[in-house]
Structures are given as structure tokens and as C-alpha cells.
Design a protein around this ligand. Sequence first.
Ligand code: GLN
Length: 307
Amino acid sequence: MDLAAIIHETWAELAARRGAGQVADYIPALARVDPTKFGIALATPDGQTHCAGDAAEPFSIQSISKVFVLALALDRHGPKLFERVGREPSGDPFNSIVQLERDHGIPRNPFINAGAIVTTDHLIDDRPVDEAIAELLALLRTIARDDTIMIDGEVAMSESTAGDRNRSLAYFMASFDVLNNAVPDILNGYFRQCALALSCRNLAEAGLFLACDGTDPVTGQTVVSSERCRRINALMLTCGHYDNSGQFAYEVGFCGKSGVGGGILAVVPNRASIAVWSPGLGDAGTSLLGSAALRLIAEKTGWSIFG
Ligand code: GLN
């Protein structure tokens, strides 16, 4: 299969629709991103990465960071993490608060904002926030093999300025004793992880361990055990697109995690890690063109995990 050709064909077939959807506008740094940006990168276990369009340009990965934070938090705490966060799709938007009261402050899964705040709390654990964020950045730089990967300071600051909903979620959970660290410290970490800037190439390469039983085939680094890898992929499939997860599984059939910056990381076990970026979002805060690109790639490769 000529994967390079498939990536280029997919990009070309969709290029005319660049600009479709609504760019996230809750912070200025995202609102001013050029809506016509469109990149695709596909990394395979043999160490090759095929790219098309704006695949080398860093963008705000936002909620895609929740996957890497989950991997590190599980490494630190193991399944005990799931005493504080569930493993069920929520069927509600990413920043919803409604289920928290009924569920005694325990979020449904690690990918909605409330669940990610719990996961970040566990990543911080008993050390300074800066140390936890440094560990996250170091992991990404290693597995993406790019020491220039940064956290965008302006995005991190405005996440905090516009962060009242996340603050509400965190304080509400704190009222149920679900969090270990002080809310401002946890949110400091959460806002910075959202502000990580990676290119499609970076992201596809960083996600490759999830397609390879937990071990990055290029660096040889075991990021998570194969059992944990399987479970992270299961959570991506069932919860990675919030209240659009069923639709994404139906249309595309890859494990995936979206972010409001317009990126999606998709994982096809044993085959590839794929990153797409197009800032225009659909209803559930998922990249419109990005989802369309993954759907086309799934059709052209026949790689849907459902056969
Ligand atoms: N920074 C965003 C938030 O916390 C991330 C949400 C997302 O990417 N879905 O609201």
C-alpha cells in the first residue's frame, strides 16, 4: 500500500473545503489561527512518517494532551487512578458539569475536562507542578524526537483567563474530596498541558507507541505496558471525542482524541499513528476537515478496527 500517495490524495481531495467549520474563539490565540491550515501526518512502526500540507507547523494540541497525561498518571498510580475517574463515555460535551453531582464528584472518564483535571492532579502527585509538566514535556520531546517542542505561554495564560468553567469543575470535585492537590496548582498544570504546541508530524510520531503495544519502535522506549496501551486505546475509542465518540467510531473506526485547536490524534493498532489538523470545528468541538480526512484514510486503507 502506497501510504504516501494515500495521504497526499486525501489532502488534495479535501483541500477545497479548507476553512470549513468554526475556529475556537474562547481565547484570542486560537481565534486568530488561519482557518485554512490543513495538515496530515501518518507514522508507521517501521519508522517512516508521511506528511501532507501544513504538517510541520506547530499548533495548540489542547485536549490531545490528555492522552499523554493519562499515560504518565497511570504509570505513577496504576489502576488506583480509576478510583477517582471512570471509564465510561459521558454523552455530554467536554466541559459539562451535570454528571458530577450525581456521581459524587467522580468524572465519567479521563478525557472530559473534569476527568482530565483528576488525571493532572495524579500526574502532579506529591511534587511541584513544574516538575510534573517538565516530565510531560520531556516525554513528548523524546517520543517525537524533537527538542524544540514547547508550551505556548500566551495560550497557557489565556486558558487561565478564560478558565472559569474548568475552575468550577475543579472546585466542585474538590468539594467531594476527589482531588489531592490545591485547585490552583492543578489548573496551573492543566492549562499548560492544553497549551502544548506540536506539529502533525510531532503528534503522529509521539502517538506511535499507542499503535505499537506501548513501545515506541523508533526510540525503543517502552512508554506504557502493552496491557495499558490497549486500555488507553479503548478509552480513546469510547471517549476520545466526547459526545461525538460514537459518531467518530461509526464514521472512521480508529481510536482517536480530538482537541479544540483542530487537531486529532488517531491510532490504528499495529498499523499507524495519524495526526490531522484543521482549525475549523464541528458541533462537538472536533475538527470538521480532520474527521473527514481520517474517514477518507480509513476508506482508502481499509484499516477500520471494526474490519
Ligand atoms: N483548553 C480546553 C478546555 O479546557 C480544551 C478542551 C478541548 O480541547 N476539548 O476547555
